[in-house]
Design a protein around this ligand. Structure first.
Ligand code: 6R9
Length: 645
């Protein structure tokens, strides 16, 4: 391994940072040695409780049993809104930047509080009660934050579905969580293109007899189909709603939201996050990882449909009383300087985005960056996938002018918040490394047999302690929760990622060790894409793997075996791509389809994906052990016709 460059902590930044190197050492040690007192102190410092907890934490991983602050009572929307009114009622809570660069708006804490209270009353008037699930299918508009916080205010459990998912995916998620209420917009707007959200909701809901209400936000104002009685205009309902809505008292372990994510097998799983621990962890990581100070303008470019949007656009920043920027559009519209123009326009200090966006913008050349100022920036962040050192260096030198440290934050939907990350004033950086664990987080590296590896090592990343933001279950299937995360390596949370620890104890995430791929930072189960492909009547079998893609990180490579007698054609390829778009959404469309008369299988009939991955990556010199193949000739045919030569 060649020596990598280290970027030391900037002393000036450290001098004003919440966490210095010494403080990191002390607090980290306390968080591991005396977790109960550590987390009790944090919970008192970060949150307002209606009633204190009886017990800080309790867990038994063999049962997937995790509890934090049991007996404690609080309300998330109270913590994100009401308690700020006295001191920062007029401060901007959300800066909204439209897809159209000519439009933006600012909403203060007082205004946001009022809107949330009103919409909470609208939900109540539609008989939505504590514990009911509400599906949210919205673009990046201010109302998305309003309705999310309104659910939290009355204790309804939100299930936000990314607006890029198809009607079929939406239907599955509405059904799985048994939502009776759906909130959507007429249309979304991204890069000047309209996204027909209401039409998708109509299609989805036609298979969901339990859905009683669809609340529609007027966004683009275009005509949309309407089902009287079931459909309600948001603006009309809000007109008459009272703005007086006391927050519901919730237990720390009451569910706050469900969020679906992909696994290596089966359908997407609805991870359940609860109230007290989640909010504490989101707020605390937001403050320390980004060294957030009062008055900072903070921008996370994620979509609220992903966990990053939940924790780091809405809950973490608002709980800390921050000004959080919400952007409706895309980085390249109208031009690839859009991010940096927004940074200048709103004087953004903290900027958090995904490696795929950085790579896409890097490919457009430096001029788009250099023609902007960006001097307001102080801290940069990335999330979603490993960042390659070239992209890291570009982000650091070109975007940040060598002034802004980069927080490469490793975490997951399941973890609720950031687990492995640098801290701006405390931890020296190495391009491509997620560096060190956050407080209370204890990573270990295991070999395949589950033995703990010490010192410099590479293997499977697991966590040996619970942390407050950890998911508590999979909605409706607690056994799957246990099987997925706690069975393979008893006593640990199994994250599904591999990692290497270097001699400084730094963690380098090496990517998924299961059949999950990461396309532009979007997590996808290869099994889901395969299930969509085999729905086509001409397809006998399909195997999907990831391959290295210069912008997306990983691209989707599908090997497809057609039924006997079916001729491959470009038209058929397009039909298959359209089918995946329809079943899952555009984010899952295969980049490459290779017709494969046969797939490499073991004698027991298991597809040998390891080999397919190598062929897709054009690593054909070292296919590894092929002795268990039932029919070795299949490989030659697949290699001859591979797409990436
Ligand atoms: C927050 C989020 C989780 C998966 C995770 C890992 C990958 C996320 C990363 C990273 C390397 C980072 N991942 N951050 N890999 N370095 N800084 O992305 O959640 O959508 O659930 O994806 O993303 O593979 O397991 P989610």
């Amino acid at each position: 391994m060649t020596e990598v460059k280290t970027y030391p902590v900037d002393p000036e930044l450290s001098a004003r940072a919440h966490i210095t190197p010494e403080r990191y050492e002390t607090l980290y040690r306390q968080s591991i040695d005396e977790p109960e007192s550590f987390w009790a102190e944090q919970a008192e410092q970060f949150l307002d409780w209606f009633k204190p907890w009886d017990k800080v934490m309790d867990y038994d991983y063999s049962k997937g049993y995790i509890r934090w602050f049991e007996g404690g009572e609080l309300n998330v929307s109270y913590n994100c809104l009401d308690r700020h009114l006295a001191t920062r009622g007029d401060q901007t809570a959300i800066i909204w930047e439209s897809d159209d660069p000519a439009q933006d708006k600012k909403i203060s804490y007082r205004e946001l509080h009022r809107e949330v209270c009103k919409f909470a009353n609208v939900l109540k008037s539609q008989s939505v009660k504590k514990g009911d699930r509400v599906c949210i299918y919205l673009p990046m508009i201010v109302e998305a934050a309003v309705v999310t916080l309104a659910c939290a205010r009355i204790g309804a459990v939100h299930s936000i579905v990314f607006g890029g998912f198809s009607a079929e995916s939406l239907r599955d998620r509405i059904q799985d969580a048994d939502c009776h209420t759906v909130i959507c917009a007429d249309e979304g707007l991204r890069g000047g293109k309209k996204i027909p959200l209401k039409t998708s909701v109509d299609q989805a809901v036609s298979h969901c007899p339990n859905v009683k209400n669809v609340i529609v936000i007027r966004n683009t104002g275009n005509d949309i189909p309407w089902t009287p009685k079931r459909d309600i205009w948001y603006h009309e309902a809000m007109k008459t709603a009272s703005d007086d809505c006391p927050p519901e008292t919730l237990s720390a372990e009451d569910p706050l939201f469900i969020l679906y994510t992909s696994g290596s097998t089966g359908k997407p799983k609805g991870l359940v996050h609860t109230t007290g621990g989640y909010l504490l962890f989101a707020a605390m990581t937001h403050k320390y990882v980004f060294d957030y100070h009062d008055g900072d303008i903070y921008w996370c470019t994620a979509d609220i449909g992903w966990v990053t949007g939940h924790s780091y656009i809405i809950y973490g920043p608002l709980c800390n009383g921050a000004t959080t920027l919400m952007f409706e559009g895309i980085p390249t519209y109208p031009e690839p300087d859009r991010f940096w123009r927004i940074v200048d326009k709103h004087q953004v200090n903290i900027f958090y985005t995904a490696p795929t966006a950085i790579r896409a913008l890097m490919a457009q050349g430096n001029d788009f960056v250099n023609r902007t100022d960006r001097s307001s920036l102080r801290i940069l962040g990335t999330v979603g996938e490993p960042i390659n050192p070239e992209a890291w260096e570009w982000y650091y030198h070109i975007v940040g002018n060598e002034r802004c440290p980069i927080m490469d934050t490793w975490w997951q939907t399941e973890t609720g918040g950031i687990l492995i990350t640098p801290l701006p004033g405390a931890i020296a950086l190495k391009p491509g490394a997620a560096t060190l664990p956050f407080f209370g987080v204890k990573p270990e590296i295991l070999d395949n047999a589950g033995n703990v590896l010490e010192g410099e090592a590479e293997g499977i990343l697991v966590l040996s302690r619970p942390w407050p933001g950890q998911a508590r279950s999979i909605y409706g299937d607690h056994n799957r929760f246990i099987d997925t995360y706690f069975k393979n390596f008893p006593g640990y949370y199994f994250a599904g990622d591999g990692a290497r620890r270097d001699r400084d104890g730094y963690y380098w995430i090496t990517g998924r060790v299961d059949d999950v791929i990461n396309v532009s930072g979007h997590r996808m189960g290869t099994a889901e894409v395969e299930s969509a492909l085999v729905l086509h009547e001409d397809v006998a079998e399909a195997a999907v793997v990831g391959y290295p893609h210069p912008i997306k990180g990983q691209g989707i490579y599908a090997y497809v075996t057609l039924n006997a007698g079916v001729e491959p054609s470009e038209t058929l390829k397009q039909e298959l791509i359209d089918l995946v778009r329809k079943e899952i959404g555009a984010i899952a469309h295969p980049d490459i389809i290779q017709w494969a008369p046969g797939l490499p299988k073991t004698r027991s009939g298991k597809i040998m994906r390891r080999i397919l991955r190598k062929v897709a990556s054009n690593e054909i010199d070292n296919l590894g052990d092929t002795s268990t193949l039932a029919d070795p000739s299949v490989i030659d045919e697949i290699i001859d016709h591979r797409a990436n030569k």
